[in-house]
Structure formats: structure tokens, C-alpha cells
Ligand binder design. Structure first.
Ligand SMILES: NC(=O)c1ccc[n+]([C@@H]2O[C@H](COP(=O)([O-])OP(=O)(O)OC[C@H]3O[C@@H](n4cnc5c(N)ncnc54)[C@H](O)[C@@H]3O)[C@@H](O)[C@H]2O)c1
Ligand SMILES: [Zn+2]
Length: 353
């Protein structure tokens, strides 16, 4: 197949390109090389048809879609950003960009889409109260965070909650601009699928890490912030009390999930039959942010992380997903265990952000 990978010059996209080429596909890459994501020109793998263009550019998209069999849409502005003033840029890249791409696909009669979504669409993770069962805590209050109360309490009785795994059917609750734009991408893709009988696998990635991750910027993930601190000889600064639970999934496993999802699009009666089907993509091995900092610092050879008690208002306390659906429906299985992945990441090259 000839596959268009948007954002294929980015961190995850470039690993996807490698995986697709390795599976014998032909690949075309469309990427705007956003300055927030690239300080220097990235390497585009040999054998790819490279287009330096923006997904919001209708003509460039129409041209890039010519002869294509499927689209893997990774292009997006990522991270929490600097402040709310970034909102128009996020909405432009992520939602207007997706709409232009989908309109182009409709026009070209294309029916297969793998969409990079995110766990951030869920907001807080899954919580259970011993008295009230599964509950949905609202955003944490600044006063609580200021006082070091990081765990969201039960919204009914105020008692502590137990965190569990989020399934794909959990209600969406985006808590920041980026999250809202990722959810809107899913809604747009679902609308496209209904209108055109297209099929979409929306892959809700967990915290992705690995070689080629962008260095620390307001747009980078926490693993990159810690790794960048270590390479400056500084201790990773762990926010809150370090007890936030996440699922750190290796970028090669995410690339493998894209390949599996792409194959699944053609399975009759299968995963994305008629419309959009969402899949969590995580390692299945949750860890706290403090543990991640510790593992990385140890593999790097120090210094030991410091827990600062700082917080960011848009952050959620615990979010860990069940990726069982993708495993069951596609046979995909993560291959890189946490300890091994963090050891590799400690000495892996980062990309200039
Ligand atoms: N990194 C993570 O942990 C994570 C987690 C969940 C979801 N995701 C999603 O995965 C995808 C890839 O993210 P990444 O971490 O590789 O980020 P990245 O910034 O490394 O890559 C994104 C790429 O998209 C390009 N791009 C952005 N806007 C564009 C536009 N309008 N037109 C053309 N190209 C554009 C950028 O130049 C960049 O090369 C994104 O959709 C992101 O939302 C990432
Ligand atoms: Zn309760």
C-alpha cells in the first residue's frame, strides 16, 4: 500500500515511517516542520516521498493524497503549550488541519484512516470510592493543590479514591486546549466516516517516550523534561509528590500499534467496521512519574530526582489505560518493557526542540 503519513517527520511519525517501510509499504510524508517541533531539519528516511507542507493547505493535501491507499494522521501541535494564547494555533493545526485533510480524503474517495489521538481526551482516570463505586472527580482545586492535596477526593463523600484502568468507553472530559483539539479530531473523523463510509482507528496514545523525543520545550512530555535535565547534569524535578500514575509506552510499540491498526481497518466486521473505533495504546504497565524519574536517573548515572511539590493546573492526577481492546482485536502486543526502554532512553539521542 502507499500510505500518507502526516507529521511523519515528528517524533512518533518518524518511527511509524520506519515501521511501515519495514512492513513493505510505500510511504509519503507530509509535514510542515513546525518551529515548535523542529529547530533543525530532521532526517527523512530514504525511500519516502517527502512533502514539506501544512495539512491546512488544501492544494498540497490534494496533491499528497494522489494515489494513496490509506492515511496515517500524526500531524498535530502537541503538549500543554505556554499559555491560553496558544489556543488558536492548536485549533488551527489540529482541528482545521484535520478537517482539510478529511475533506481531501472525501474528495479523493479514500476510506482508510489511522488517527493519532491521545489519552488526554479522558481527563482524569478511572476512580473508585469504597462507598460510591466508580466516580468522576472534577478538575482539582487550586487551593487543594497549593496545600499539597494532590489526590482528587470522592465528589460525593470526600474520601480517598482508588485509581484503576480507563477503558475506551469511558466518557471524554478534555481538561485543556490540546485535549479539546484531540477530541475534536476524533469527532471530525467520526463525522467523515459516517458521511463517506470510511473507517477510522483512533489510537489514544499514552505517554510516549523513546529515541528521537523532542528536547524540553513547553510542548514536550515529562520523560523528555527529565532526560533533558539529566543531560544538563541537573536532577529531574518531579512535580506534586511524584505519585502521579501514568503509562509510559515506547515509541516503537506505538509505531507497531499503527501498523496493526492499519491492517485491522480491512478486517471484515472487524475493529473499525463502519465508523470510528477508539483504541488505547499503552504498555499495560503503569508507573508513577516519580518511579520514571528514578529509573531514568539511575540508568543515566544520576543525579537523583527531587520532588518539588509544584503543580500545573491542567494536569490530571492519575491516568492509566487498559489497552486490551487493541490486543484482542489486532493481536498487537507491546514489546519494550519499562526498565529496558528507560535504560535505552537514558542514552538515546533527543531531537532539538
Ligand atoms: N508524544 C506523546 O506522548 C503523544 C501522546 C498522545 C498523542 N500524541 C499524538 O501523536 C502525534 C505525534 O506527536 P509527536 O509526539 O510525534 O509530536 P511531534 O511534534 O514530534 O510531531 C508532530 C509533527 O507534526 C508536524 N505538524 C504539526 N502541525 C502540522 C500541520 N499543521 N501540518 C503539517 N505538519 C504538522 C510537526 O512539524 C511535527 O513534525 C500527535 O498527533 C500527538 O497529538 C503524542
Ligand atoms: Zn464516596
Amino acid at each position: 500500500m502507499l500510505i500518507l503519513v502526516t507529521g511523519g517527520a515528528g517524533f512518533i511519525g518518524s518511527h511509524i515511517v520506519t515501521a511501515f517501510l519495514g512492513a513493505g509499504h510505500e510511504v509519503r510524508v507530509l509535514d510542515a516542520l513546525l518551529p515548535a517541533a523542529h529547530r533543525t531539519a530532521p532526517e527523512i528516511p530514504d525511500g519516502t516521498d517527502w512533502r514539506h507542507a501544512d495539512v491546512r493547505d488544501k492544494d498540497a493535501v490534494a496533491d499528497a493524497l494522489r494515489g494513496v491507499d490509506a492515511v496515517c494522521h500524526q500531524a498535530a501541535m502537541v503538549g500543554l503549550g505556554k499559555d491560553f494564547a496558544d489556543a488558536p494555533d492548536y485549533v488551527g493545526c489540529n482541528d482545521l488541519g484535520t478537517a482539510v485533510l478529511l475533506a481531501g480524503m472525501a474528495e479523493a474517495g479514500l476510506r482508510r484512516l489511522v488517527l493519532a489521538s491521545s489519552m488526554v481526551v479522558y481527563g482524569e482516570g478511572r476512580y473508585e470510592c469504597s462507598r460510591h463505586g466508580v466516580v468522576r472527580p472534577g478538575p482539582r482545586r487550586e487551593a487543594d493543590l497549593e496545600a499539597g492535596g494532590f489526590e482528587p477526593p470522592c465528589p460525593h463523600c470526600g474520601e480517598p479514591l482508588a485509581a484503576g484502568l480507563v477503558g475506551e468507553d469511558a466518557p471524554a472530559d478534555p481538561r485543556n486546549v490540546y485535549a479539546a483539539t484531540k477530541l475534536a479530531q476524533e469527532h471530525l473523523a467520526a463525522a467523515w466516516a459516517r458521511a463517506t463510509a470510511g473507517r477510522v482507528a483512533a489510537l489514544r496514545y499514552h505517554n510516549v517516550y523513546g529515541p528521537g523525543m523532542p528536547r524540553d520545550t513547553p510542548y514536550a512530555g515529562v520523560a523528555s523534561l527529565f532526560r533533558s535535565a539529566l543531560s544538563r547534569g541537573e536532577a529531574p524535578r518531579v512535580f506534586e509528590d511524584g505519585g502521579q500514575r501514568r503509562d509510559f509506552v515506547h515509541v516503537r510499540d506505538v509505531a507497531g500499534a499503527n501498523l496493526a491498526a492499519l491492517d485491522g481497518l480491512d478486517t471484515p466486521g472487524g475493529s473499525s467496521d463502519g465508523g470510528l473505533r477508539a483504541y488505547n495504546v499503552g504498555s499495560g504497565e503503569p508507573h508513577t512519574v516519580g518511579e520514571m524519574a528514578g529509573a531514568l536517573a539511575e540508568a543515566y548515572g544520576g543525579p537523583t530526582p527531587v520532588v518539588t511539590g509544584e503543580y500545573r493546573l491542567g494536569d490530571v492526577r492519575h491516568i492509566t489505560a487498559s489497552s486490551q481492546r487493541l490486543r484482542d482485536e489486532s493481536g498487537w502486543k507491546p514489546q519494550v518493557p519499562f526498565a529496558e526502554g528507560m535504560t535505552e532512553f537514558a542514552s538515546a539521542p533527543l531531537r532539538a526542540g
